[in-house]
Ligand binder design. Structure first.
Ligand SMILES: [Zn+2]
Length: 423
């Protein structure tokens, strides 16, 4: 250490970390109406269940138990509505409808109304439906429908215990607990050592903001969580939220802090598409690690917060590395065709061992500001593992406007956490 240099000090802060989960884990489970029959005579039970399971499998309600005491679920009311609407193609119901002396539309209205005031209509149609499904009319079809109820039951599987406990009061449910998701929901997934590390990175980010007197509006730090080592760090080059002023040229416009960070990570893998004349990166001083993603002016801050051994990226295995680290950003500026298929290995962890780091695969990324949609998508393309941010933004795509990481159609998903600083 240089003797005369005043040692930088980080302000001590404490943070709370909250997982940003898909609404599926936060919302109440919607209910759906089913027909339930009460069977008083126990000895009829097993043959009835046997026939029901054989001809009316419980596939679309497999998250529930079919029986509750003397009650048994026959089918969804919606199944009956669909069946009745397709009456033209069904011969089983024609005579029933004639007997009821009603138009098809009137029957549908009664069914949709879910009221049992016209129970004979429900019962007649249900018997027609069960016959059409192949259940033999050996006397108990009528009995089955004698004591008929419409009951609201959970329409889908509970994902978390709180949903299960709520739903199980309504109707007995099956439940397969997911330990990791339970921990995420309770925000109990980090050990105290992990919390201290996340806290230190946020302290460094805050310090950079203070050093720059708020000139930079965003700071990003990419970490390899296997070694807790900083791979790259970026700030945005102009003062706006996630990004840059609209008057910039297209290549400049996309230089939001997260995009720059991805490019800086690519530099550590012999990639990176931009030249940075005004930015100084750390030079490589040993053969074990790559330092060219670290901004030179902040390295003292990193040393002060983390120490030398926690700075630098693992080198790529050039012989094994497939694809081209520059590809994502080239796609964004339109230099190459839009084809990301080369990135998507079947087993990311194996690829990480085999090829070394590939863009942000396996890396955790921390930002002061919630990324915008463009940046959030770029982080998905770059295969980041977890995203942490401190402040929500008006155009944020991980919590505020949408939760991009929970979109079902994407073939990579990262976890997202918001870190709030406790005063
Ligand atoms: Zn952005």
């Amino acid at each position: 250490m240089e003797p005369n240099k005043k040692r930088l000090k980080l302000d001590n802060i404490k943070i709370n970390i909250k997982s940003i989960l898909s609404d599926d884990f936060l919302d109440h489970i919607p209910l759906e109406a089913v027909y339930v029959a009460s069977i008083a005579e126990k000895k009829q039970f097993s043959s009835l269940i046997f026939e029901l399971n054989k001809y009316l499998p419980f596939d679309n309600l497999s998250h529930l138990k079919r029986i509750r005491k003397n009650d048994v679920i026959i089918c969804k009311l919606n199944d009956l509505i669909t069946f009745t609407s397709e009456i033209e193609n069904e011969c089983h119901l024609k005579s029933t409808i004639e007997d009821l002396n009603l138009e098809c539309n009137e029957i549908l209205d009664i069914l949709r109304n879910e009221k049992l005031a016209k129970i004979h209509v429900h019962r007649s149609i249900l018997i027609g439906y069960l016959k059409a499904k192949g259940i033999s009319d050996n006397g108990f079809l009528q009995k089955l429908c004698d004591d008929l109820k419409i009951v609201d039951i959970p329409s889908k599987q509970s994902l978390l215990r709180w949903q299960y406990e709520e739903m199980n009061k309504i109707w007995p449910c099956k439940f397969h607990p997911n330990k990791q998701m339970e921990l995420l929901h309770k925000n109990e997934n980090f050990t105290s050592n992990e919390l201290i590390f996340h806290q230190t990175i946020i302290m460094i980010i805050k310090k950079i903001m203070n050093l720059e007197k708020n000139l930079y509006k965003n700071v990003g730090i990419c970490v390899d969580p296997r070694t807790n080592s900083v791979v790259a760090m970026s700030t945005n080059l102009a003062p706006t939220q996630c990004g840059t002023p609209s008057s910039f040229h297209i290549n400049e416009k996309i230089k939001h802090c997260p995009i720059l960070l991805i490019d800086f990570v690519a530099r550590t893998q012999n990639g990176g598409i931009w030249k940075y004349e005004n930015i100084k990166f750390l030079e490589n001083t040993n053969d074990e690690k790559e330092f060219c993603g670290i901004l030179k002016e902040y390295v003292e801050l990193l040393r002060c917060g983390l120490g030398d051994e926690q700075i630098g990226a693992q080198k790529i295995n050039i012989n094994n590395q497939k694809g081209n680290s520059n590809k994502i950003i080239k796609e964004m500026v339109g230099n190459v065709p839009n084809n990301c298929n080369d990135f998507y290995g079947e087993d990311e962890q194996n690829n990480l061992e085999k090829y070394g780091p590939y863009l942000c695969t396996g890396y955790d990324i921390y930002f002061l500001k919630e990324p915008c949609l463009m940046c959030a998508m770029a982080l998905i393309h770059s295969r980041a593992r977890r995203i942490f941010f401190v402040e929500s933004t008006n155009d944020g795509a991980l919590k505020t406007c949408t939760k991009l990481h929970t979109a079902k159609g994407l073939n990579h998903h990262y976890e997202v956490f918001q870190c709030s600083i406790i005063d």
